[in-house]
Design a protein around this ligand. Structure first.
Ligand SMILES: [Zn+2]
Length: 366
């Protein structure tokens, strides 16, 4: 594959670290320690891990890289697992979940023969900090004030949630969709370039975009956000949910279409889902992990006094528990993608699962 040759070897990372002057390193340590941790993990990564700087986000004092990390099979028809974190700058824990999984993988890769065999069958691509400018500034939106999750060229079909569903009044208010005439923001264009190059022609691909927000429980959301009707490949989501819950019944994710919560304009994953699945070949399932942050707040209401306390577990033991509790699900996604032919429903089974999905998620509602 030509693309892989374009990837910078990971030795570029120490150069990046050395390039920054001490003032910038100080700023980074203070405002974006996640970037330092990521660069440290990548600098020590084995050779088969490719790292590329997709884009840079320039702020007044510093400019920040958006990294793409690739490993596993280079075959153009290998299934893909994509992990994305840090779309919303306040939801730092999402980036940390992606990085915790990457750290675990890289620590095992030299000795774990099962893992090595698995990676021969599947391609894994990570964008651990998609919105480094927003995370540096400790705000949900990117530095232009645009909510990246409301910025794709797709409009809600029904009445969207007021403001929350995406607004075009002001970048000073949350959920600003930006200027659709100008195209998507640079961060989203970086993500789109990866998706357009990576996903077409694959028999199966799945993305997990890690967020944290409101809710008592960890939720897995899937499209659509722009309409209430089910997506075309709803049977594959139902099949994935079933094999997960059969094997790990004690895990407690709530799988739901985002439209059950609220409709939004400009949802990135609606847009990519439609774009990639348009061809009709293969299946692409974009999932969003919404870590239920209300539990952390209930156990420690003091968290509400800090802006980041809305979205992140601030107590160390709870933070560690969050990081370890999602490794299993991501490992599961990698295995499920690698062996998709063993569970992805065909023909009769597909129509039965589609019926089940509609009864489960769409019939009793509104
Ligand atoms: Zn979010």
């Amino acid at each position: 594959m030509t693309e892989l040759r374009k990837l910078t070897p990971h030795s570029a990372i120490p150069a990046e670290q050395a390039r920054r002057d001490s003032r910038q390193r100080h700023l980074l340590r203070t405002f974006l320690p996640e970037m330092i941790r990521l660069e440290r993990v990548l600098a020590e990564a084995p050779e088969q891990v490719a790292v590329k700087t997709l884009s840079r986000v320039a702020l007044k004092d510093i400019d920040l890289p958006i990294y793409r990390v690739d490993l596993g099979s280079e075959a153009p028809d290998a299934p893909v697992v994509m992990l994305v974190g840090g779309v919303h700058g306040l939801e730092r824990i999402g980036s940390e979940v992606v990085m915790a999984w990457l750290r675990n993988l890289l620590a095992r890769i030299s000795w774990d023969g099962h893992l090595q065999a698995l990676l021969k069958k599947v391609r894994v691509t990570l964008l651990p900090i998609l919105n480094p400018g927003g995370m540096y500034l400790n705000q949900r939106s990117n530095p232009n004030g645009v909510d990246l999750m409301r910025n794709a060229p797709i409009t809600a079909q029904d009445r969207s949630a007021f403001l929350l569903g995406g607004q075009r009044f002001s970048p000073r208010l949350p959920w600003f969709i930006g200027d659709p005439e100008q195209g998507m923001e640079a961060e989203n264009q970086a993500l789109e370039s990866v998706i357009s190059e990576l996903l077409p022609g694959r028999p199966f691909s799945v993305a997990l975009d890690c967020h944290s927000g409101f809710g008592w429980q960890d939720q897995i959301w899937f499209p659509y956000a722009y309409r209430r009707r089910p997506m075309r490949r709803i049977e594959s989501v139902m099949a994935l949910k079933l094999i997960w819950e059969q094997a790990w019944p004690e895990h407690n994710y709530r799988f739901e279409p985002q439209s059950r919560h609220y409709l939004t304009h400009g949802d990135l994953w609606d847009y990519f889902y439609k774009k990639i699945n348009r061809s009709g070949e293969g299946a692409f399932i974009p999932l969003t992990l919404e870590l239920g942050s209300w539990r952390w707040i209930k156990k420690r209401p003091r968290q509400l006094l800090r802006l980041d306390g809305f979205f992140n577990p601030l107590v160390p033991h709870r933070h560690r528990r969050v990081l370890r509790s999602h490794l299993t699900f991501i490992d599961f996604l990698v295995s499920a993608a690698a062996h998709h032919e063993n569970w992805l429903p065909q023909a009769d089974e597909a129509s039965m699962l589609r019926e089940a999905a509609i009864a489960h998620w769409y019939r009793d509602h509104h």
